[in-house]
Design a protein around this ligand. Structure first.
Ligand SMILES: [Mn+2]
Length: 243
């Protein structure tokens, strides 16, 4: 039986992904690889990373905010200053320039990115990049999960209050709860029997809250820290890049 493994925000750290998959003895034909999104930007090897992920027989990503910037660049040559100047987009663009990937190949990569949903809901898991906006139920998540991503512009997804890509309040409430805060002042846990997996917020180590059904796996590979790969059922994890 293969495992269901999920990787934190990779941020173009292709070498770290190879290291952590090797540490976990990842078997592409048996194990499923999920991603919480933000595969691109900040790190050195976006092109190699995408080519590798495209080659996997069962790769199940969701879109992060960086993946939307990259998708817009690859499909439409859109380069917003917020992406280029302050979110690592310049390094990604230079990697594409250097790599010799043709215009046609870029569009194919962009369309491949576009096939990832904003929210992935399966029997046992909910995977989303940032978190669950306050007041949302499984119904709102199902509505977003059913959207064709390419039909929704980036702007509609950038408000942390209403976007599961940018939301951090769910994680903040879960962390506050686990630190003993009064539940009455916190955002309520989503009512679900599924496990929720998120990235987007770089942590010093993976975080888990039974009460919030939540596991957060971004450990800062995009900020010179570790990349985490986790077994979604046992919560055992492997890391690469930690000093
Ligand atoms: Mn993010």
């Amino acid at each position: 039986m293969g495992r269901n493994l999920i990787v934190g925000d990779i941020h173009s750290q292709y070498g770290l992904l190879m290291d952590v998959l090797s540490a976990a003895s990842f078997s592409p034909g048996e194990d499923v690889l999920y991603s919480v999104g933000d595969i691109a930007d900040r790190g050195p090897e976006t092109v190699h990373l995408i080519q590798f992920l495209q080659s996997l027989p069962d790769y199940r990503p969701v879109l992060g905010n960086h993946d939307i910037w990259l998708r817009d660049y690859l499909v439409s040559s859109i380069c917003p200053p917020v992406w280029i100047d302050s979110n690592g987009g310049l390094r990604t663009v230079k990697d594409f320039m250097r790599s010799g990937v043709s215009g046609n190949e870029r569009v194919i990569m962009g369309e491949w990115l576009s096939r990832a949903p904003y929210v992935r809901i399966e029997d046992d898991y909910i995977v989303v990049h940032g978190g669950i906006p306050s007041g949302w139920t499984i119904r709102e998540l199902e509505n977003i999960a059913a959207l064709p991503p390419s039909t929704v512009g980036y702007a509609a997804m950038e408000d942390p209050g209403t976007s599961p890509l940018w939301n951090r309040s769910y994680l903040q409430s879960a962390m506050a709860f686990e630190n003993g805060a009064d539940p009455a002042v916190l955002q309520s846990p989503l009512e679900t029997v599924r496990r929720i997996f998120i990235g987007h917020t770089p942590l010093t180590s993976p975080f888990h809250s039974e009460r919030y059904h939540l596991t957060a796996v971004d450990t800062g590979a995009g900020h010179g820290r570790a990349l985490t790969l986790m077994d979604m059922d046992t919560l055992r994890y492997w890391q690469a890049g930690r000093d």
